[in-house]
Design a protein around this ligand. Structure first.
Ligand code: ASP
Length: 368
């Protein structure tokens, strides 16, 4: 779509909001909510997935999405909605987070998680941890109950125990599939880069009825990682970001590239910077009266960035990621109630629901 059409679309929406009290009220009264989730991106193709596994994954995504949606519909916070949603995905061995997390080179688990509240930019993260059943709860405890943003390794494990979070032994995370994967890597049958479905990170982003946004991400990282490697998932600004002024993002993919671009923050920043410019552009197209004054002024509260423009910003950043050599994708939620995705891989486990639309879950690139 041309820039001119995008501006016109933005203007049309602003005009509708200005002229239609019902629409303006809907979007300003805090009645809107939205949520998007992911369960990882990668070489996810129909021919690699049995119908049974396909159904299992869709059921898992639907259950997680339903949990978050119910909280938001009932007036709960975005923070509570994403936390509850991510716990369900962490507990499901189909994903690379919590139970079912991948193994490191040393056949241990080193889980990463992060969470951010867009209402006050408070954030928490844990890197290279184990022992905690639900790493997203550790990230949240770091945010809520520590003066820090990120804790790592043994210190983070200790903090988790001190916080009274549920602990598990190493065998809790292990699944036969993950054991097979790491053994194949260690036997040099496959390289770390070739591990099937190497992505399976989980994440959720949401906006609640009060207009507050939150984002969270949880992962086992990459199969066969070593030397204490940490990916983007626990890095605020790379794998996770939330800011009520722009968006909430959770990422999945080749973490090194997401860190280098600061993908989550980059998308939010572009949206935040674009919004006032789009309002100014729309104002220029408002008709003037005989004295040369605008017949009405567009107010920020009436103006939303159109869906296409949000999608384009997300796609542009993911395209840059691809140019650098990175694979993966993101989910987004915006202050205007939009929820969506962008990815450059064959597929991404994903789903979304908003106060204005039916819940939907998708797996492959060409899923509708
Ligand atoms: N981004 C994660 C990492 O690099 C992996 C993933 O999303 O699957 O650790």
């Amino acid at each position: 779509m041309t820039r001119y059409l995008q501006i016109l679309l933005g203007l049309t929406l602003a005009t509708c909001a200005a002229l239609s009290p019902a629409l303006a009220e809907d979007s300003d009264s805090g009645e809107n909510w939205s949520i998007a989730i992911h369960g990882g991106a990668g070489t996810i193709k129909r021919e690699n997935i049995t119908p049974e596994k396909d159904a299992e994954i869709r059921a898992a995504l639907n259950a997680a999405l339903m949990t978050g949606s119910n909280i938001l519909r009932d007036g709960g916070s975005a923070m509570d909605a994403i936390t509850a949603t991510i716990i369900i995905l962490e507990d499901d061995p189909n994903f690379n987070a919590g139970k079912g997390a991948v193994f490191t080179w040393d056949k241990t688990n080193a889980l990463d998680s992060s969470i951010m509240d867009g209402s006050d930019l408070s954030a928490g993260a844990a890197a290279g941890i184990n022992g905690t059943k639900n790493p997203i709860l550790l990230a949240r405890a770091v945010k809520d109950n520590s003066p820090h943003v990120m804790l790592s390794g043994e210190g983070a494990n200790q903090f988790s125990r001190e916080q009274g979070l549920e602990q598990v032994t190493a065998d809790y995370y292990a699944t036969p599939r993950r054991i097979k994967q790491i053994e194949a890597v260690l036997a040099k049958e496959i390289s770390v880069a070739d591990v099937d479905y190497k992505f399976g990170t989980v994440g959720a982003v949401a906006m609640d009825r009060n207009g507050n946004m939150a984002a969270g991400t949880s992962t086992g990282g990459m199969t066969g990682k070593r030397w204490g490697r940490v990916g983007d998932s626990p890095i605020i600004g790379a794998g996770t970001y939330a800011d009520n002024r722009s968006c909430a993002i959770s990422a999945t993919g080749s973490g090194e590239y997401f860190i280098r671009l600061g993908v989550a923050h980059e998308i939010c920043t572009r949206i935040r910077m674009r919004w006032p410019i789009a309002i100014d552009e729309a104002q220029l197209t408002v008709p003037k009266d005989a004295d040369g004054n605008y017949t009405y002024m567009i107010h920020a509260s009436e103006f939303m960035l159109p869906d296409e423009e949000i999608q384009q910003i997300a796609n542009d950043v993911i395209a840059e990621l691809g140019e650098l050599g990175g694979d993966g994708g993101i989910i987004y939620a915006t202050p205007w109630g939009q929820a969506g995705y962008s990815f450059n891989t064959a597929g991404m486990y994903r789903g979304r629901a908003t106060s204005d639309s039916e819940q939907s879950v998708e797996i492959y690139g060409d899923d509708e």
